[in-house]
Ligand binder design. Structure first.
Ligand SMILES: Cc1ncc(COP(=O)(O)O)c(C=O)c1O
Length: 440
């Protein structure tokens, strides 16, 4: 395996910047997954389907704004709207019509969204969701999926990596990890057992309909229906974390696709049109004690960010939703990603390499050499060749295709069919190379 990048223009500038960054940021980064060995590649520009790095290497980008963008980078209509808004002020720290309009659109599209609170990240949204669930039910425990990633949220920093028995981080307050319990995705028996063990003291079940960090495993529609019934029966709240799937899979998000309406929904990523955003939406009654205009003996803080209702974010989000509504964005990205999933599977079959390509809508990720069915995040983490996956993505860089090694790829509205053909060809070449070296 190579230790270095093999890029047309080399990687000297990225290496130099990383050296400098080591004196600024711990490990040179502010988000650990953005560290790649031997150093990350510094990005200087992004437009349409492409990004350029500090050494002038150009790539077709499949990491797409940290899986936020469905439209592609710097969509001209979004940029024009943002430029206009910038002339009217970057942030007011006050209520404004742009944010009101974006909130209305969330209400209009997302079935569970009777009320909306904006914040600035998905992490904040899941933090407020758990708090609101505990405040409304008076219950302490929360159930989540094994491998479910809901941001850096202290309340949910458990059971993220196999074998799922340790919190993701030290430094949690006493009791934090003891109040979170996990179940394998789609496992009704495990959920039943957890609910029975803590009967009457479960505030919420939180699930990502498709687990992004969990490698693309999806919740079955029947499982989501089961969760809806099981929570209703027990007065536990059901939370869908749609930070990834929200607006990406359809304007109504995953819940509209499966026809299951949760009590609360968390959103982020796409909704900000490329700018920082988070949103918590749900049943109106659940927000009663969060209102500033109502006397209550049980006040709950569900919102409070300096940059919440930021007009730049709202403008970018609205412009993005306008395009999604008027153009076949979902049809194109979904059909092209489906083609990529199918053609990649055929390429690996042809080479005799055992793989399974997961992902929904515009997303795709190939796992190498699954030794058993990839039906849980535990299987993704322990039964697949993750070293090979990292190396596969790293080598695609030298062919001009950018993935964050080991992570999901996304097709955007501006990614061309020719670029996808190129990706398939490059994948064939890299896989054959890795096979000849015995990595695959
Ligand atoms: C499902 C899910 N929830 C929450 C988050 C956290 O969102 P943010 O990174 O905006 O804080 C993420 C981030 O990737 C996510 O994938």
């Amino acid at each position: 395996m190579t230790d270095d990048y093999d890029l047309p223009n080399g990687a000297e500038q990225s290496e130099r910047l990383h050296e400098e960054a080591l004196d600024v940021f711990p490990g040179g980064v502010s988000h650990n997954i953005r560290y790649t060995d031997p150093h990350p590649l510094y990005v200087t520009e992004a437009e349409g389907s492409r990004i350029r790095d500090a050494d002038g290497n150009e790539y077709v980008d499949f990491w797409m704004n940290h899986i936020t963008s469905v439209l592609g980078h710097a969509h001209p209509e979004v940029v024009a709207a943002v430029r206009e808004q910038a002339g009217q002020g970057l942030h007011y720290g006050a209520v404004n019509e742009k944010a009101l309009e974006l909130g209305r659109r969330v209400q209009e599209f997302v079935p569970s969204a009777e009320r909306v609170r904006f914040c600035s990240s998905g992490t904040e949204a899941t933090m407020y969701a758990v708090r609101l669930a505990r405040a409304n039910t008076g219950n302490a425990h929360v159930l989540k999926t094994e491998g479910g990633w809901h941001g850096g949220n202290t309340d949910l920093s458990a059971s993220i990596h196999a074998p799922f028995d340790e919190p993701e981080t030290v430094g949690l307050p006493p009791g934090a990890a003891e109040h979170v319990h996990s179940f394998p995705v789609n496992d009704r028996t495990a959920v039943d057992a957890l609910l029975s063990e803590r009967d009457g003291n479960v505030a919420a079940i939180i699930v990502e309909p498709m687990l992004l960090a969990g490698g693309g495993i999806e919740c079955e529609a029947g499982f989501l229906e089961y969760l809806r019934d099981a929570t209703e029966d027990r007065e536990t709240l059901l939370i869908f974390d749609e930070v990834v799937t929200g607006f990406r899979v359809s304007p109504g998000s995953y819940q509209a696709r499966v026809g299951v309406t949760p009590d609360l929904t968390t959103m982020g990523k796409f909704l900000g049109g490329g700018l920082p955003v988070g949103a918590l939406a749900g049943r109106a009654d659940l927000f009663e004690h969060a209102r500033p205009d109502v006397e209550t003996d049980r006040p709950v803080l569900a919102g409070g960010g300096t940059f919440s209702m930021n007009p730049m974010t709202a403008t970018a989000g609205l412009a993005s939703l306008d395009i999604v509504e008027s153009e076949p964005v979902h049809e194109y990205t979904e059909s092209q990603a489906e083609r990529v999933r199918t053609e990649l599977a055929a390429v690996f079959d042809e080479l005799g390499i055992e793989t399974r390509t997961l992902g929904t809508s515009s997303l795709f990720l190939t796992h190498f050499q699954p030794e058993r069915p990839l039906d849980t995040v535990g299987a993704v983490e322990t039964a697949t060749n993750r070293t090979a996956l990292h190396e596969f993505h790293r080598r695609l860089l030298s062919h001009g295709y950018y993935f964050l090694p080991g992570h999901m790829g996304a097709v955007s509205y501006q990614t061309t069919e020719e670029e996808l053909d190129g990706l398939i060809d490059a994948s064939r070449a890299v896989a054959a190379e890795l096979q000849s070296e015995g990595v695959l």
